[in-house]
Unconditional design. Structure first.
Lengths: 322, 297, 334
């Protein structure tokens, strides 16, 4: 694969997404900024409530951003109207986590994949032959046996259903794909198959991935850069190798130490966090992790802590890191 | 790779539901009974067309006052009514009104109610509010009263009776579909369709409605039962089908004065109504069990 | 680490089927397993391997129909659990053997307070206790799992996922059972919460000397919590041994495949090495070795008959006729 010039594909500036709830305003995504280049993978890591899924969906305008800007391919798409957004959807797609809930139970494999082609006008829906041909090509690319074309999702296992989800995205030949925990719901031996497939497709077609997951081990070998989120805020951002070699934010350190490694000899330096997540509704000023942080001090609770670049391309939001 | 996967039939959810329904003996009995009624209704229509209504005129509505109120006998298995007419034949000729009218009324109601419910559920907020409050108004009026009012005002023609019943059932179907739509609307495959750029119309038509049909089908089959009762009720009150056309409700109504002269005049039409409603109810229950997605493993 | 070798429960040749419309699902195909007092046995397998069936089988919680226990014996405290009358099993459940399930969201009764639910199990097995004693016992259990006793009268919906799982553990351990069956107890939880909950389980277990069968698909969790490990595939135990034997000298091709295919923080890979294919259809199992269709060490003899579990040294058992080949392969990858 020839070396591509790293061209900026997606730029997110101070993106915010808030939801109104009866108890108050839920700060799902609170001031996230990053840049994703063509052909690269950005990992977004965090646990429940951190806002990573909302982030992915807001970038695709499946939720309307509350504030901030989204630039795609140089164009400001934050306020783009519905019609032009539809055309852009060919380039920006999403693979979902739940391989069952994300497929229409009343449509066959062939029909689901055809939907992409028909909705975006890539193939005329009257032209059955071209449709069938393209569907067959796509099924082959993702490793689905041709005889499954008339099967329904409930007849297939999680791994195959997830391949359908990938095929329907592939049909549009997008530039950017949000992968929302694409393998979390799959069995261990199938996870590796699907991850390899995604990697191969990226090598062949040059997609950029926004890889959302709670599993740092999965994101380690796929991502070029990683951002760690906690309760809507970005707490750390670094190139993958740097993040694992030198995690600076106490949350990142705790997260890494909590992941059980399948090797009984691997030294366990468990940083056990106390307590539970604080609420993302009407959050108090100051670091949102302070309540559970083993190193928290008074300064942490005073005001929101900005991201600082502490070494080249390594950003942390923590008062204790210089 | 196991080879049996190629041999197993590709099965849609409808097919699996049908399989489950087949196992329900009671529901199948109900289905069979209804099928029989459909055959009877069609046969009587064919006979009317073939004989140019002469058979009808000579045997179904022709009065024979000398033989009136005769009980069941070899020649007339259900006996004769107060005008000497063969009850068995009148029962057969009456089927079409109850069954077809009930079905057509509900069909109209389902379509209108379904669309309103889908729009209310999908768009929510003010649209939902407006539509559902209007449904509430309709629901506040007892359906028999509503039907009576419409028929009394506009006349007792077949179409008016149908319309009256259809209108009274619209809110039920609107509610049913709205509830389904609200559940489905938040599922991921809807989001996936949106992410592809699908229009609202496409999402409602191809994604939401096909997945909302199950509760609607159950409600519709039970609705037909209710509609048949309503038609019988209206005829009973003299507002529905007019004599001499046979209709179970009016047969029952006219028999009231003759209860002491023969059990057959009241019991037979009453039994006809009862069995039909029973068949529709067990079928509706069976459909509910068969279509219930929780039974999918 | 437990030093005692005293046997607590012994499962012999357990066969369990589910008779469904689509055919007979052979969920367990001759499972034999032993657990010792105080030890933690990790039962590792993927969806459909039979792990939950095994756990429910031990407690005789398999619904019949469609489940049928075809043959086998489960020896516990000198008795065969499969032969006991139902009322005797009820005495055992919650008191001698407890189980916790995967989804904390649906395991608790939403209309009873957590206190009432803990007291329920205590009362079932100790009917002579009065209200105060029950209350005191349940408060003590709550504190033991790291929840303040003030919350004894709160309802499940007032607790987060991790806390709910703690309550469930409190219920399971309230009567100090000898054996705890934990079916994927932390799979639904966030990884930092998982670490807290597993840590708590480890401490409590040690304090009460409870043996545990930890069912999971996560080899990382196994590596950090178990003394011995059993790998289950298509209703059979294919490998069993102590922790180091399994992780350092994996012998069955499935075990080797699993260990090679998972992404790990401990190693850097360019590309993952998945096990090809899929688990066989349990209504249509292949003849002979059930892993043969996916195995890279397969030979002709593999499909002829089901291999026996063979001891390859020090209690390390493997169900494979080509274990010599797999061992030399594994040693080259070290």
């Amino acid at each position: 694969m020839a070396m591509q010039e790293t061209r900026e594909l997606l730029r997110i500036e101070h993106l915010k997404k808030y939801f109104s709830t009866p108890s108050g305003i839920l700060h799902a995504v609170d001031d996230v900024s990053f840049v994703l280049d063509e052909g690269k993978t950005l990992g977004v890591v965090g646990e429940s409530g951190c806002g990573k899924s909302t982030l992915g969906r807001t970038i695709l305008r499946l939720h309307e951003p509350t504030d901030g800007k989204i630039f795609f391919d140089g164009q400001d798409i934050t306020g783009l109207d519905k019609k032009r957004m539809k055309a852009l959807r060919r380039d920006m797609q999403i693979i979902f986590q739940d391989p069952f809930a994300s497929l229409n139970p009343r449509m066959t494999v062939g029909q689901t994949i055809s939907e992409s082609l028909i909705i975006q006008g890539l193939v005329d829906k009257q032209d059955k032959r071209s449709l069938d041909k393209r569907v067959a090509e796509l099924m082959d690319l993702v490793g689905l046996a041709p005889r499954l074309i008339n099967s329904y999702p409930h007849e297939l296992d999680g791994g195959r259903r997830q391949r359908i989800g990938i095929a329907r995205v592939l049909a549009l030949n997008p530039k950017f794909i949000v992968c929302d925990e694409p393998v979390s719901a799959l069995d261990v031996s199938i996870q590796a198959q699907v991850l390899n497939l995604m990697q191969d497709l990226q090598d062949s077609f040059g997609f950029s991935y926004l890889f959302i997951t709670h599993d740092l081990s999965v994101v380690k070998h796929l991502s070029d850069e990683i951002i760690v989120m906690y309760l809507g805020k970005m707490v750390e951002k670094a190139k993958t190798s740097r993040l694992f070699a030198n995690p600076l934010h106490p949350y990142t350190q705790a997260l890494l130490s909590a992941i059980p490694v399948p090797d009984p000899d691997f030294p366990v330096n468990r940083i056990l966090l106390e307590g539970e997540l604080s609420s993302p509704i009407n959050p108090a000023p100051g670091c949102r992790f302070a309540k559970r942080c083993p190193k928290a001090c008074d300064k942490c609770r005073e005001a929101d802590i900005p991201l600082k670049e502490v070494e080249p391309d390594h950003f942390v939001a923590c008062t204790l890191v210089r | 790779m196991s080879t049996t996967r190629t041999q197993r039939k590709q099965r849609s959810l409808w097919f699996e539901a049908w399989r489950r329904l087949k196992k329900n003996k009671l529901a199948m009995a109900g289905l069979l009974f209804l099928a029989l009624l459909v055959v009877i209704a069609i046969s009587t229509i064919i006979i009317d067309i073939a004989t140019n209504k002469s058979y009808y005129n000579d045997h179904v509505i022709k009065q024979n006052l000398r033989l009136r109120l005769q009980g069941p006998s070899k020649d007339h298995i259900f006996g004769l009514d107060e005008f000497g007419r063969d009850i068995f034949l009148r029962m057969l000729w009456a089927v079409r009104y109850s069954l077809f009218m009930g079905t057509i009324a509900i069909a109209m109601s389902t379509i209108v109610g379904g669309i309103l419910g889908a729009i209310a559920g999908f768009y929510g907020k003010r649209t939902d509010n407006i539509i559902m409050r209007f449904m509430d108004i309709l629901l506040a009026i007892p359906s028999m009263l509503l039907a009576t009012a419409i028929v009394a005002a506009l006349g007792t023609s077949l179409t008016n009776v149908l319309m009256a019943i259809a209108i009274s059932y619209i809110p039920t179907f609107a509610r049913t579909v709205r509830a389904s739509v609200l559940t489905i609307k938040d599922q991921e495959f809807i989001e996936a369709a949106r992410a592809l750029g699908a229009s609202d119309l496409r999402i409602i038509g191809k994604y939401i409605l096909p997945n909302s049909l199950a509760p609607l089908i159950v409600q519709a089959s039970l609705g037909v039962a209710g509609a048949i009762l309503s038609i019988a009720g209206l005829s009973f009150l003299g507002l529905g089908i007019q004599p001499p056309t046979p209709e179970w409700g009016s047969m029952l109504s006219n028999a009231r004065s003759y209860i002491r002269d023969g059990w057959h005049i009241t019991v037979i039409p009453g039994l006809g109504i009862m069995l039909t409603i029973l068949a529709l109810n067990v079928l509706g229950d069976g459909l509910r069990d068969a279509l219930d997605p929780r039974l999918k493993n | 680490m437990t030093e005692t070798n005293q046997e607590l429960i012994r499962i012999e040749d357990l066969f369990i089927d589910y008779e469904t419309d689509d055919g007979i699902v052979h969920a367990l195909n001759g499972v034999s397993l032993t657990l010792h007092v105080g030890e933690t046995l990790g039962l590792v397998g993927e969806t459909g391997a039979g792990k939950t069936t095994l756990a429910k089988g031990i407690l005789r919680l398999i619904p019949d129909p469609p489940g049928k226990i075809k043959e086998g014996k489960i020896w516990f405290e000198g008795k065969d659990l499969l032969e006991l009358p139902e009322h005797a099993m009820q005495e055992i459940r919650g008191q001698s053997i407890s189980m916790i399930f995967q989804d904390p969201m649906t395991s608790l009764n939403p209309v009873m307070t957590v206190g009432e639910q803990i007291q329920e199990v205590i009362r079932n097995h100790n009917p002579e206790l009065d209200k105060e004693e029950l209350h005191a016992w349940s408060c003590a259990m709550l504190e033991k799992v790291g929840i303040s006793a003030d919350r004894i009268d709160e309802y499940p919906h007032q607790f987060s996922g991790g806390m709910k799982q703690r309550v469930i553990i409190a219920i399971a351990l309230a009567c100090n059972p000898k054996l705890l069956l934990a079916d994927e107890p932390t799979t639904a939880l966030d990884v930092t919460i998982q670490a807290q909950v597993l840590d708590m389980i480890r401490t409590l277990k040690q304090e009460l000397n409870t043996a545990m069968m930890l069912i999971t698909h996560d080899l990382g969790v196994v590596a950090q919590n178990c003394n011995r490990v059993a790998i289950i595939y298509a209703g059979e135990i294919v490998e069993i041994g102590d922790l180091r034997q399994i992780f350092k000298r994996p012998t069955h091709p499935y075990t080797i495949g699993l260990l090679e295919s998972i992404p790990s923080l401990a190693k850097d890979v360019e590309r993952l090495n998945p096990v090809k294919g899929m688990m066989p259809d349990p209504t249509d199992l292949p003849p002979g070795c059930k892993f043969a269709p996916r195995c890279k060490f397969v030979c002709e003899r593999c499909a002829q008959r089901v291999p026996d579990l063979i001891d390859i040294g020090d209690g390390h058992m493997v169900r494979c006729i080509n274990s010599k080949d797999t061992q030399s392969y594994a040693s080259t990858r070290e």
